[in-house]
Design a protein. Structure first.
Lengths: 439, 303
């Protein structure tokens, strides 16, 4: 039949041809970076510096606040000009450290490469993940070191790296795998050592043969399999990826560790590999800037905290007044409403759409065609869930499994009545969670 | 919707070919009535005009195809209006109706004007088979069969209509049901374009064939006769009134098949498609609940 995959799903046009072959370009040092303290799930970091301090690139400027938290590092060298709420993609201002560049990009003297990975213990490696400020770079930004704390006695069989990049338009992971395969493998080996996993797997969609080849070359001699996956959305969704790669089903409400698997994005692994090699914490990442609304699409290596407007300007600016700017992929990424919003650890791309591409969908009632049922990888009934959300029947929504929904958007994509199923479902989940907190 | 109308074109052409100009008049009257009724109803209910979604056209066309060619023009006009108002708009319009609107209209007409709705004719020159083989041996004459459909004759004990005639369609019946060939062309087109779920026609037709066989009847005859093909491909596959789960759809098709054969064999009139589909429409919410798919990773509560 071809490559492994999961059941159902959709095949949106990939739109990756605009940037798939473009090598990673380095964005010149921005004049200013805005670094939100909470770029991850969990407690935001606590500032260690104050306004007026000089900082160096890679210096820790905020420390982790508790277990589920990571430190924050300066992504450029310069002066701290503000520590205050700044605009954020979530829709309201969020506390951030603002650094004005001194143009020197002076590296912090604290940085040092890690020698002798072999001799390090699992706990040491975990601490290094935290020290590197490592979070899930696939978008969810979950503190990585927390993932590598399996419950007592739980055997981890696989560390699975997500190189699927199933979102249309995005090619940042693709280029990373082609150009930085060694870093990916180094990070993966460290991850495996952290939990004693005997086998590593990197799942890559089959539309990236050059990435597969590059990874295979880098993985020679290692207990790592490079696994081609069928091109389908949402192949990169965590549980679907696990199912495709190992045929294991993660139970509803449980984490992958339940079936002995830990999943991370390839970029997270590469960032850790880089940290081990050079001592440089997570201060920059690759993003894909693309879409008909931007003049020169690129795969850019940008410093965390660079503002969207600086990124777009470097790419030639807008082709016309934009219709929508999506931070991330078009299926799951939020739209930004202003340009002075920073790129963060979990930002994978900027998709700029023209006015013409952004239509106001004419929403019709559900005609019960069942197409949404036919694509939902979780076997949910999205039309019913959307209906319950619309009429605030929250108990029924929970009963019908709304919390199993991974918000991939396949249902909304396929609906002929253009119903905003994803938004409705997200809304109902928020309402249920809020009601739970109150009661 | 446009593709469904397109798929019904062969059957419509066959209707005009076999039954002449009156067929065309009835089709046009039915469609126009449906669209106008929907427009007027929506305006009176102060709802957005959605006649461009094509669903009223499909309802009008399907209703016309279930009518005998002999009915006066006001029959489809009244029937379509009833179908749109009481089969669709009072429930909230597209997406909210529990019953197939065209069949609601047809059932209304059959109940209100039974003699008009049972006035069948054979197309010109199509009664030649009465002089051949089994029919002639049974003493059947052209006059005796002139007013009955193939199924009506079957209930009365007369068999022997050549299969090819049943297949091509120069037999008596309602406008759209006679030509199996035309209906299959349209139905297979809809399947190929993945507009309808194969489980419904497959379940429906398969069950009819099976039950016909079990009841000692001729399966092929029952597949070709009556409104079965029209119903199985175009009515029982209506999205709004059928289950949304794959298993639910299969059960729906099977249920329709079972009821159709039951009604044909033991019911008051030798036709069962219309009522069996309407009855299965009633079970749709129940089937949806019974066939809810197991969620990925769902853990059964009694574990």
């Amino acid at each position: 039949m071809g490559n492994v995959t999961f059941k159902k799903g959709i095949h949106p046009p990939t739109n990756k041809e605009h940037t798939a072959a473009l090598s990673i370009e380095k964005l010149p040092l921005p004049a200013q970076v805005v670094l939100p303290l909470g770029q991850h799930i969990g407690a935001p970091a606590e500032p260690l510096v104050k306004v007026g301090d000089e900082v160096a690139t890679g210096q820790m400027i905020a420390e982790a606040n508790g277990m589920v938290s990571v430190p924050l590092h300066a992504s450029i060298s310069g002066k701290v000009v503000a520590i205050e709420p700044r605009p954020h993609v979530c829709g309201h201002p969020v506390p951030a450290i603002v650094i004005e560049s001194n143009g020197a990009d002076r590296l912090s003297p604290d940085l040092k490469a890690l020698e002798n990975l072999e001799a390090r213990s699992a706990a040491e490696i975990r601490d290094l993940m935290k020290a590197a400020g490592l979070v899930g770079m696939g978008g969810a930004a979950f503190p990585t070191h927390v993932k590598y704390c399996p419950p007592e006695g739980k055997q981890v069989d696989y560390v699975l790296l997500n190189g699927a990049e199933c979102e249309p338009f995005l090619t940042c992971d693709h280029r990373l795998m082609v150009e930085k395969a060694d870093d990916v493998l180094l990070g993966l080996q460290a991850f495996m050592k952290a939990v004693g996993a005997p086998q590593g797997v990197i799942g890559v969609e089959a539309n990236k043969p050059d990435a597969i080849a590059a990874l295979q070359k880098a993985a020679v001699g290692l207990p790592v399999t490079i696994l081609p996956l069928q091109v389908k959305y949402p192949q990169g969704e965590e549980k679907m990826l696990i199912y495709a790669a190992t045929r294991r089903v993660v139970p509803s409400g449980a984490l992958p560790i339940e079936v002995g698997v830990i999943v991370n994005n390839v970029a997270t692994a590469a960032a850790f590999g880089r940290y081990l090699r050079q001592g440089l914490p997570l201060i920059e990442r690759i993003i894909t800037v693309t879409g008909a609304g931007v003049k020169n699409p690129k795969n850019l290596l940008v410093r965390i905290g660079t503002l969207v407007e600086d990124v777009i300007n470097y790419c030639g600016g807008f082709t016309e007044p934009p219709g929508r700017i999506i931070m991330g992929g078009p299926m799951t990424g939020p739209a930004v409403y202003r340009l002075d919003i920073p790129v963060m650890k979990g930002t994978s791309g900027l998709v700029v759409q023209t006015r013409a591409e952004v239509d106001e969908p004419h929403v019709l009632p559900c005609i019960r065609c069942g197409k949404c049922v036919g694509v939902c990888p979780y076997n949910l009934l999205p039309n019913l869930l959307g209906d319950y959300a619309e009429h605030e029947k929250l108990e029924e929504a929970e009963k019908y499994g709304v919390f199993d929904c991974r918000e991939c958007g396949a249902c909304a994509y396929i609906c002929p009545s253009r119903r905003p199923l994803l938004q409705l479902i997200k809304n109902s989940k928020q309402q249920i969670t809020a009601a739970r907190k109150k009661g | 919707m446009g593709l469904v109308v397109f798929a019904l074109v062969p059957a419509s052409i066959a209707a005009v070919y076999f039954f002449g100009r009156q067929a065309l008049i009835l089709i046009i009257a039915s469609v126009v009535s449906a669209v106008l009724t929907e427009a007027v109803t929506l305006m009176l209910m102060k709802r957005p005009l959605t006649i461009t979604d094509g669903s009223a056209v499909v309802t009008g066309l399907l209703l016309a195809l279930t009518l005998p060619p002999t009915v006066p023009m006001w029959i489809p006009v009244v029937g379509s209006a009833f179908a749109i108002i009481f089969g669709k708009q009072i429930y909230g319009g597209l997406g909210f109706n529990p019953f197939n609107p065209a069949l609601v209209g047809r059932a209304f007409l059959s109940a209100s004007w039974p003699t008009l709705m049972l006035n069948w004719v054979w197309p010109e020159g199509s009664l030649g088979w009465t002089q051949q083989n089994a029919a002639a041996a049974a003493g059947v004459t052209a006059d005796a069969v002139a007013g009955a459909t193939a199924l009506g004759l079957w209930r009365g004990g007369t068999t022997g209509i050549p299969y090819l005639q049943l297949y091509f369609g120069n037999i008596a019946g309602s406008l759209g049901e006679t030509s199996a060939l035309a209906l299959l062309l349209g139905g297979l087109f809809l399947l190929a374009c993945k507009i309808i779920d194969w489980r419904i026609p497959f379940g429906y037709l398969g069950t009819v064939a099976l039950f016909a066989f079990l009841l000692g009847e001729d399966p092929l005859f029952h597949l070709l006769a009556g409104g079965l093909l029209l119903g199985a491909f175009f009515m029982a596959t209506d999205y709004v009134t059928t289950p949304i789960t794959p298993r639910g759809r299969l059960i729906f098709g099977i249920g329709c098949g079972f009821l159709t054969m039951l009604l044909r064999k033991f019911g008051g009139s030798p036709e069962g498609v219309c009522y069996s589909i309407l009855l299965m429409n009633v079970t749709t919410p129940l089937l949806d609940r019974w066939t809810r798919p197991k969620r990925f990773g769902e853990v059964k509560a009694n574990g």
